[in-house]
Design a protein around this ligand. Structure first.
Ligand SMILES: [Zn+2]
Length: 107
């Protein structure tokens, strides 16, 4: 979906997936990892409010202590992503669920 963003900027509306892998621990201790998954929608807040860029509408997090468990957590994160996108593929559906302003075609 293409729409007009305030200021004349064309913007394509879409869901954005954020996947972050954070290593923690102090050498020589074996590291642990945290897998952080986020589902974001673009900000369409009214002009009088700041443009937040995006809003995070779902998150999930797994903390692991071994590489095999980290790979399993990444696999689970991808499964979550597929479920989220299958449940509500429309960004406006997520905005509505979270009380965020819908995307508009403001000139
Ligand atoms: Zn916003």
């Amino acid at each position: 979906m293409e729409c007009e963003r305030p200021g004349g900027e064309h913007a394509r509306d879409s869901l954005e997936i954020g996947l972050e892998l954070v290593a923690h621990g102090n050498p020589p201790e074996p590291p642990g990892w945290t897998v952080i998954l986020a589902l974001n929608v673009q900000c369409w807040c009214p002009l009088e409010h700041p443009d937040h860029g995006y809003h995070r509408v779902r998150t999930a997090e797994w903390t692991t202590a071994a590489p095999a468990a980290t790979l399993a957590a990444l696999d689970e994160a991808l499964t979550h992503t597929a479920q989220w996108l299958r449940t509500f593929p429309d960004p406006d559906g997520w905005r509505h669920r979270h009380g965020l302003p819908p995307r508009t075609g403001r000139p």
